[in-house]
Structure formats: structure tokens, C-alpha cells
Design a protein around this ligand. Structure first.
Ligand SMILES: [Zn+2]
Length: 275
């Protein structure tokens, strides 16, 4: 599943390839891709120019010059490709935006879980998918003062709390495991047991982890590719995710995999302690 760093990598690729291009034709080949009326979507998007590509957590925001924005959530397997070659279109291509330079922005989604929604740009903050998102790493609002109360009000395990996108947004299963390993905190620690120091370390590690992940183009754990078709290299840098049975890079103890809140969770039983 693409996580926030992968979506940021996709965003940067799309900025290079489609910013300032005009959409001259739209084909929606899988109607359920669009949240809302498909005909209205096509009518509004056709002949609009893409002014920029933004992102909020794992949502891509395709800003148009007509006052609307396409909110695109890739979910499990959604991908964008930019190509002028018809052979780039296959049975998993669900939306094709033909651009005024002859290129096509093609949305592919094997699992069909991704969604696109058209929304007035002026009221994006009130969109129900975006309004509930907590502060995200590397943003101005990702401060100790903002994050601490969102964490310590929960008695649940910290792994589940960090995955809750209303607490903080942008960290998915891979990066929560990595952050908790970096912070030396056991994933089953009740969130309200964490000290101020623990929370500061979580914030610091989250920023570093996301920064590193963005620089390395995200992780390619399943079939993620960026808009240029490049694979990320982050998976080579992961310390615990997918490393069960291997020695901890810090202490040599065997990494274990357990279920926490229903999610596969990787941790070092020696250097990550329950608080
Ligand atoms: Zn260890």
C-alpha cells in the first residue's frame, strides 16, 4: 500500500510531468472510481488546466484552473502513469486524462479501491475525508503541543493510536513499526503511559523517517511505482518491517512479528520495552 512518502514521490513526479497542462479529454473506464456523478466529473474536468499537484496525508490534490480540485486517494494499489503510448493502457486503467501535449495521464488500479472526488478548491478543508486528518510529519502543525494531547487521551496501544489518521496523519503500518523501533518503544505500550520525552522522540523519529523515505522515493513493498515508473529504494533501509526472524540492527535480538490491533507488527523484544 502506498504510504505518505510514496504519495509524495508520486506528487513530485506528477508536478514535473503534468503541471500547467490542459486536460483535453477524460475517459472514466471504471465508474465506481468516481465518488459523485461521473458525467459531472467529466464535464468539469474536460478543458481545465492542471495548475498544481498538492498532497494532504495520503490524498493527492490535483488543482484545476476552474476552481475545482480532484481529490485522489490511491488506497491499496492505485498508480499514475504519464505516457503518449496507447500500449500503456490496459484492463487495469480506470481513468485516462488526455493532455494538450499529446501525453496521457493514466490512472491504473489493480485492486479498484482507489477513489477520485471533485471538490471546490475554496472549501477543501471541509471535505469529510480531509477535515478529520491530524497533523502530518514535516508540517508546521506537527508540534509537541499539538500531538501530545492527541496521543495521551488514548489508553489503547501506541501502535493503533499512531495508525489513527485523526491523531496524526501520514504514517501507515510500515512507518509506524519503523518509528517505534527507532524510538525504542514497544508497540503494545498504552498510549497514556508515554512520557513527554517519549512523545518528543516519536515526533522526532516520525519527521526523520518520513524525510528519509521521501528522499529515497518511498518503499516498494508491494507493487508501488512512482509516476515515472521508478521503484523506490526505501525498503532497503527498513529496520524492522518485514524483518521477522532476522537480527535487530541495534542489539542482534531476533525481530518478532505479532498482531497489534489486528495489524501485523514487527518489533525487537529486547530494545523496545513496554512502558
Ligand atoms: Zn534490538
Amino acid at each position: 500500500m502506498p504510504e505518505m512518502p510514496e504519495v509524495e514521490t508520486v506528487r513530485r513526479g506528477l508536478v514535473e510531468q503534468v503541471k500547467n497542462k490542459k486536460i483535453v479529454n477524460v475517459e472514466i473506464l471504471y465508474q465506481n472510481l468516481i465518488t459523485g456523478n461521473v458525467d459531472e466529473f467529466i464535464e468539469t474536468v474536460t478543458n481545465a488546466r492542471i495548475t498544481n499537484i498538492g498532497r494532504r496525508a495520503k490524498f493527492l490534490l490535483i488543482y484545476l484552473d476552474n476552481g475545482y480540485t480532484i481529490i485522489s486517494h490511491l488506497r491499496m494499489e492505485g498508480k499514475y502513469r504519464v505516457s503518449s503510448d496507447e500500449s500503456a493502457i490496459d484492463k487495469h486503467s480506470h481513468a485516462i486524462f488526455t493532455l494538450d501535449d499529446g501525453q496521457m495521464l493514466i490512472y491504473n488500479d489493480v485492486r479498484k479501491f482507489g477513489r477520485m472526488q471533485l471538490w471546490p478548491t475554496a472549501t477543501l478543508d471541509s471535505n469529510k475525508s480531509l477535515v478529520k486528518l491530524g497533523p502530518e510529519p514535516l508540517s508546521d502543525s506537527f508540534t509537541f503541543e499539538n500531538i501530545k494531547p492527541r496521543i495521551v487521551k488514548h489508553r489503547k496501544d501506541i501502535k493503533t493510536v499512531l495508525l489513527d489518521q485523526s491523531v496524526m496523519s501520514g504514517l501507515g503500518n510500515i512507518y509506524v513499526d519503523e518509528v517505534l523501533w527507532q524510538a525504542k518503544i514497544h508497540p503494545e505500550t498504552p498510549a497514556n503511559h508515554l512520557t513527554d520525552e517519549d512523545i518528543k522522540i516519536i515526533i522526532d523519529c516520525s519527521n526523520k523517517e518520513i524525510q528519509t523515505a521521501i528522499i529515497s522515493g518511498g518503499s516498494t513493498v508491494r507493487s508501488y511505482l512512482d509516476a515515472n515508473g521508478h521503484k523506490g529504494t526505501m525498503q532497503d533501509r527498513l529496520k524492522v518491517y518485514g524483518k521477522e526472524g532476522e537480527p535487530c540492527a541495534r542489539c542482534g535480538t531476533t525481530i518478532e512479528k505479532i498482531k497489534v490491533g489486528g495489524r501485523g507488527t514487527h518489533f525487537c523484544p529486547k530494545c523496545q520495552v513496554v512502558k
